[in-house]
Design a protein around this ligand. Structure first.
Ligand code: MLT
Length: 267
């Protein structure tokens, strides 16, 4: 693990392999360890950088209880790239990481060589979803992460993962429960405040790969198809049998799709 001072936080990240840079952004309430299998599979050909987003994993939070907005997180990632001397990279994000990747391509277009949007969506939260996030934030702050993890686990993993892959279930649960409540609350409030980026999708010119688990119930196939329609020239890969955390639930299929896409990019 390395750390870098970016803006008002100390950002933890892993940086492995060599070759064209690939930055992978984790979902909520996870951390960079969710990309372990991708970093292993791709580091022979790519420099894989996996940061912990602000307030999550081993990255510090800002002082105070400001929401960790997707724009702020995108700014952190751009600053980390600057710190590492990386002008442009393929940027991939899963779920909340995808919200951050979209914010990054919107705000820092020149930094994005290619885009990978996994199990994510471009829409903002509805009023109802915002209210649920606020309840979840308060509950986490009052009671800790266990109840949030219990509520989320059956939604994030496919039924077959829950039934047949106990190690993955345990790993995802551990990531959730090891998340600091302040970081989780701040990210929940940041996601609630995020902009709708649907209108911006036709402006994306970076080659784009969209990935979704066929059993994803949080950001389902319809969201992936919307992005596929709106982002010119984009490609959609459906990972059969995977839920919302498709990279962990079906790493071989996920890595194959990712590698195939990255290997075909023009230098
Ligand atoms: C995630 O996996 O990052 C979250 O489920 C995204 C969300 O809650 O919108």
């Amino acid at each position: 693990m390395s750390t870098a001072r970016v803006g008002d936080i100390e950002m933890a990240y892993d940086d492995v392999g060599s070759g064209p840079p690939l930055v992978l952004l984790h979902g909520f309430p996870f951390n960079r360890s969710m990309w372990h299998e991708q970093a292993e599979a791709l580091s022979a050909r790519y420099r894989v950088i996996t940061p912990d987003l602000r307030g999550l994993g081993e990255t510090t939070a800002a002082d105070g209880d400001e929401p960790a907005t997707m724009n702020l997180m995108a700014q952190d990632v751009a600053a980390l790239m600057e710190h590492l001397g990386i002008a442009r990279a393929a940027i991939g994000g899963l779920s909340m990481g995808g919200y951050v990747a979209l914010a990054l391509v919107h705000k820092f277009r020149l930094r994005v060589r290619a885009l990978i949007l996994a199990d994510t969506r471009p829409q903002a939260d509805t009023e109802e979803a915002r209210a649920v996030r606020e309840q979840q934030a308060r509950k986490a702050l009052a009671e800790g992460m266990d109840s949030l993890a219990d509520a989320m686990l059956p939604k994030v993993l496919a039924p077959s993962t829950l039934a047949e892959q106990p190690l993955i279930v345990e790993r995802v649960r551990r990531m959730m429960t090891s998340t600091r409540v302040e970081g989780a609350a701040s990210a929940l409030r940041g996601m609630a405040a995020r902009n709708d980026r649907t209108f911006f999708l036709p402006d994306i010119i970076a080659p784009t790969l969209i990935i979704v688990g066929s059993e994803d119930r949080i950001t389902p196939l319809a969201d992936a198809e919307l992005m596929r329609r709106e982002i010119r020239g984009s490609r959609l890969e459906v990972i059969e049998g995977a839920g919302h955390v498709s990279n962990l639930e079906r790493p071989m299929q996920f890595n194959y799709a990712l590698k195939d896409f990255l290997d075909a990019l023009q230098p």
